[in-house]
Design a protein around this ligand. Structure first.
Ligand SMILES: [Zn+2]
Length: 399
């Protein structure tokens, strides 16, 4: 009973040790889904096989984990791969942006099983009207849930600063929302349930979908919309900062004599590399026509891309020197421009980042990223189950 003794020495109760261990085991299944056995998990976590087996059994009874077909077995017992169970626990990922509203229903496996989106000018709506539209969208997506399945919660992704506890939108300038506190429990009249509702920054949410494709990795994610958003993943955890307001790369100054930004300061990165600024400089109406102009060798379009490469080089270079992260993933219109942006941006970064000539910098361009913020919000809402699976497993064990 070495584990129990260790637990008592650190002042943890047996229940809290079990809760923590359930979360660790579930995390292993999540990160290595379909490719991990009880014995693998015991090895990785340094627990005994019998302890891991008991925890896995509880996760199976609690309908969070599932067993696959046994493999191997020439010597010893065949290994039974474990995977996250689908169809039992879901979360709502919601998004309000300037020109659209989205609701997605995400399964515990991370798959998006339903999505509804409407295009509308949300800046003309009151907060109450916006929440009304969202309720309708959410109800439609919830219809895809099988009977008996549970809702872990909902997260609303917004373009702005959000309080760390997820209960208040401090400032979403493009929406005109300031100091808005949505209800903590949201009555969407779904099977008589009230759904816990939180808010989160939209770029953080998008970054979670990128992280899902590369679990545990470290990177700077930069996405180009009207503004420039960013997020930092360090070993698979997003850096949120003291108040949850970190990674405002778009407001790093790249030209002290430049255009005044929406934030009031002069020459922020987004006044150069934001979508409208880029299209104005290139003399184009949208990203597709810009891509066409670049393919046709249009000098003005190429000069505009060169200019954003320089500006991105200053801001991203500063971030990499500060953070010591060597992978940069670019999305939005920046992802679409990889073919032309890669070389000049690499050149800037190798010059500016102290260790780059020796170690190198990896640039990845994400071409298509539809509805990432809403999908990521759903993944974030599932975090409640991943952090405390005991709360989901135990009601089943007691039945
Ligand atoms: Zn600014």
């Amino acid at each position: 009973m070495a584990e129990a003794k260790r637990a008592m020495a650190t002042g943890m109760t047996q229940a809290s040790v079990r809760a923590r261990n359930l979360a660790l085991v579930l995390g292993e299944v999540m990160d290595n889904g379909g490719n991990v056995s009880r014995a693998d998990i015991a090895g990785r976590l340094g627990m005994t096989r019998s302890t891991v087996s008991r925890l896995v059994d509880d996760l199976i009874l609690g309908e969070l984990v599932d067993e696959g077909e046994a493999v191997g077995g020439a010597r010893g017992r065949p290994a039974v791969p474990l995977r996250i169970r689908s169809g039992t626990v879901f979360a709502l990922g919601l998004e309000v942006n300037v020109e659209r509203m989205v609701s997605t229903l995400v399964d515990l496996t991370g798959e998006t099983v339903a999505r509804e989106a409407i295009e509308l000018n949300t800046t003309e709506l009151t907060v109450e009207e916006a929440m009304g539209h969202l309720s309708e969208l959410a109800l439609k997506t919830l219809e895809a849930m099988p009977d008996g399945a549970r809702v872990a919660g909902a997260i609303l992704a917004v373009p702005g600063l959000v309080d760390r506890d997820g209960h208040r939108i401090v400032r979403a300038p493009n929406l005109g929302w300031e100091g808005f506190e949505p209800p903590s429990f949201w009555d969407v009249s779904f099977r008589g349930e009230e759904i816990p509702l939180f808010v989160r920054n939209d770029i953080d949410c998008s970054a979670l979908t990128v992280l899902r494709e590369a679990p545990g990795s470290s990177f700077l994610y930069v996405t180009g919309e009207v503004g420039i958003g960013a997020a930092v993943s360090m070993d698979g955890s997003l850096l949120s900062g003291r108040h949850g307001w970190a990674s405002e790369l778009g407001h790093i100054c790249v030209d002290p004599d430049g255009t005044v930004c929406g934030c009031g300061a002069a020459g922020c990165l987004e006044t150069v590399a934001g979508l409208h600024a880029l299209l104005d400089a290139a003399g184009q109406d949208d990203v597709e026509s810009l891509v066409q102009a670049l393919e046709d060798g249009d000098a003005k379009a190429h000069a505009a891309v060169q200019r954003i490469a320089e500006a991105l080089g200053i801001a991203i270079g500063a971030a990499l020197n500060l953070l010591d992260v060597s992978t940069v993933r670019l999305g939005g219109h920046l992802g679409r421009l990889g073919e032309w942006l890669r070389e000049p941006l690499e050149k800037e970064l190798v010059t500016r980042v102290l260790w780059a000539p020796h170690f190198g910098i990896k640039l990845e361009f994400i071409e298509r990223a539809p509805l990432r913020a809403a999908m990521g919000a759903g993944l974030a809402a599932l975090g409640r189950v991943m952090r405390d699976p005991a709360a989901w497993v135990d009601p089943h064990l007691e039945r």
